[in-house]
Design a protein around this ligand. Structure first.
Ligand SMILES: [Zn+2]
Length: 313
């Protein structure tokens, strides 16, 4: 699952394909810009077996009828469901005065869609997309980092930062655990917050400069590719000396083994529990979005040149 997109070529319209295997009277240019059989135009129309055979023959032909595989001038992978959701969230932080058309398009994307973006809308958004590609910065995000700057989580915010809301680091209240006293970690503003996971969560600890001691001996198994151990963790507010010991996953990062992998068949995951950490903030840079923005650029440019829509699929 995810989102792909293409813009059809104009070879059939321009008469530069190989000779179709069926009479031209049965072929029309469809809404996507690709040629299709006349009966494909109406999805509700009942198709006879004979027509179905012709359709199969015709579709096989379109795979290699011209220089463009599947008669697609440009074909791009936009992202998986998560990637598209992230793109949509980032778009919500764009200045509507400068990027209004583009924002409207990006916010309408989903990981499961079957839709067309008309060529004139892609054309109208093209200058905004090109302006965005020339920018350096696109919003900002809070980060969790060690006191020497080592990054624990480089993106706490995908949407514009909400400094008032509790941003959970997990596990959510819905997470099922054998430990009733398991706590939820999170961030509020620039504070690290620990709270209980009852129906009404209670705040247990808050600090902006945190010391963490992870009790390895208390850690529960099993550690799997996806599940980290739960153990006793002591958090200390370095500024006030206040401390609390709770049962938690702790604040941890998965380190890479020397071969670059995050999971070793024998040794499992290499978890690192930073001793000191804090919440910071950084700008999100346009180059982080370069791959997806340049894919969109190729699609919009092709729509502008051909007059065919961008087909999301
Ligand atoms: Zn073509």
């Amino acid at each position: 699952m995810g989102l792909d997109a293409y813009v059809a070529c104009t070879c059939f319209r321009d008469g530069v394909t190989s000779e179709p295997p069926i009479p031209r009277s049965l072929i029309v240019v469809g809404p996507t810009g690709r040629p299709e059989t006349v009966w494909d135009q109406d999805p509700d129309e009942l198709v006879s077996d004979a027509q179905l055979d012709v359709s199969v023959l015709f579709h096989d032909w379109t795979d290699s009828a011209c220089a463009h595989p599947f008669m697609e001038l440009v074909s791009e992978r936009i992202g998986n469901v998560m990637g598209v959701a992230w793109l949509r969230a980032v778009a919500s932080g764009l200045d509507p005065g400068r990027f209004g058309r583009l924002t409207e398009i990006l916010e309408g994307l989903s990981g499961m869609m079957d839709d067309l973006l008309p060529a004139d809308e892609a054309r109208a958004a093209l200058p905004e997309l090109e302006a965005l590609l020339r920018e350096s910065v696109i919003g900002s995000t809070r980060v969790l980092h060690e006191l020497d700057g080592s990054v624990i989580d480089d993106e706490l915010d995908s949407r514009p930062i909400d400094y008032v809301a509790f941003r959970s680091l997990g596990p959510s209240p819905g997470f099922r655990s054998e430990f009733d006293e398991l706590v939820e970690l999170g961030v509020e503003g620039y504070d690290f917050v620990v709270r209980s996971r009852g129906a009404v969560p209670g705040e247990l600890f808050r600090a902006r400069l945190v010391n963490q001691v992870w009790d390895h001996a208390s850690a529960s198994g099993p550690v799997t590719k996806y599940d980290d151990p739960i153990g006793l963790v002591t958090f200390t507010n370095v500024e006030t000396g206040e401390e609390i010991t709770v049962r938690s996953f702790g604040v941890r990062t998965r380190m890479r083994w020397p071969d670059g992998s995050l999971w070793d068949e024998e040794k499992g995951a290499w978890l690192h529990y930073p001793e000191g950490f804090m919440v910071g903030e950084r700008k999100r840079m346009v180059p982080e979005l370069w791959w997806v923005l340049s894919s969109l650029h190729r699609l919009f440019l092709a729509a502008d040149q051909t007059g065919n829509p961008v087909v999301w699929c």
